[in-house]
Ligand binder design. Structure first.
Ligand code: AMP
Ligand code: FE
Ligand code: FE
Ligand code: ZN
Length: 282
């Protein structure tokens, strides 16, 4: 069984429509794929509709969070009830503030001499949850930077960078409670992604475990071998499930679907824990 539990579609900052993403997932030899767009479930229906034979769809989302008084992090939620009102409202608040914040980042870029427009960024986002990768794509189009990752520097959009503007984010322990309260399983995405910005301490991960965290993403392109070994040890101590995923974003990142996977036992444990939605088969 080949299982990839973290992917993005055009419902957020990926470049494949949900229907194309599930088709490509099957073509890449996957048996299970999770769709985990940022702060939204908007891609679920299209992915379910287009689900090819032999592929199981895990419906999820990746929630924008904050901990330790200002460190941004991402919390994956799997198989939760999308209609549960408290969690649905929280996602909506984040999405609404994403729009304000993206517009403010465009204004900052323009002040810094980059000829991009909010109209174009909105078009690139195409109705999906708007984020820095969309602004980054506009910067690439305008010839300001060579590629999307070159926009994630202190000169432009990196955390704390010249054109960076923060957004509303959910306190991480609250996000864990919101996800589990909606019947889902919470998994901390790329907890050791030091290249993206500051990361939280092991003590904070232990606190999240107390709040009901089910697992941590260990195998991820932003973790080197040392980090993976450390996180695996921590998961053992805290009795957390470990996952591995591509964090596929289509052409906005270099990694492909299924390049990093989760073992069947870990997937089984997540599917058993979560009661808010079932994994879907065609
Ligand atoms: P946002 O949620 O709007 O703050 O944007 C964060 C997103 O930007 C992440 O989900 C990644 O898709 C992308 N991202 C973060 N850091 C980098 C990077 N160094 N290079 C390319 N994309 C990145
Ligand atoms: Fe992303
Ligand atoms: Fe993430
Ligand atoms: Zn992600």
């Amino acid at each position: 069984m080949r299982i990839d539990l973290h992917t993005h579609s055009t419902a957020s900052d990926g470049t494949d429509a949900p229907a194309d993403l599930v088709r490509k997932a099957r073509a890449a030899g996957l048996d299970v794929v999770a769709l985990t767009d940022h702060d939204t479930t908007a891609g679920w229906a299209e992915a379910a509709e287009a689900l090819p034979d032999g592929l199981t769809l895990v419906r999820g989302a990746e929630i924008s969070c904050v901990a330790e008084g200002g460190i941004s992090l991402h919390m994956l939620g799997y198989l939760f009830d999308p209609a549960e009102p408290k969690f649905a409202r929280a996602r909506e608040l984040v999405r609404t503030d994403r729009v304000r914040r993206a517009e403010a980042m465009v204004a900052r870029c323009r002040e810094l001499g980059a000829p991009i427009t909010w109209e174009r960024v909105r078009e690139i986002a195409g109705g999906g949850a708007v984020g820095r990768p969309h602004v980054a794509t506009a910067l690439v189009e305008a010839g300001v930077v060579a590629d999307v990752s070159a926009a994630f520097t202190p000169e432009w959009l990196r955390d704390g960078g010249r054109a960076f503007v923060g957004k509303y984010e959910i306190e991480a322990a609250d996000a864990v409670r919101l996800i589990t309260g909606a019947g889902g399983a919470a998994v901390f995405a790329h907890p050791g992604a030091v290249t993206r910005g500051r990361t939280v301490s092991d003590a904070t991960i232990a606190e999240l475990a107390e709040a009901g965290l089910a697992g941590i993403e260990v195998d991820h392109m932003d973790h080197d071998d040392t980090m993976r070994a450390h996180l695996r040890g921590l998961a053992g101590e805290l009795r957390l499930i470990t996952t591995g995923s591509s964090d596929y974003h289509g052409t906005r990142k270099t990694i492909n679907l299924g390049e990093i996977t989760t073992d069947p036992e870990s997937y089984g444990a997540i599917a058993e824990l979560a009661t808010g939605a079932r994994p879907l088969t065609p």
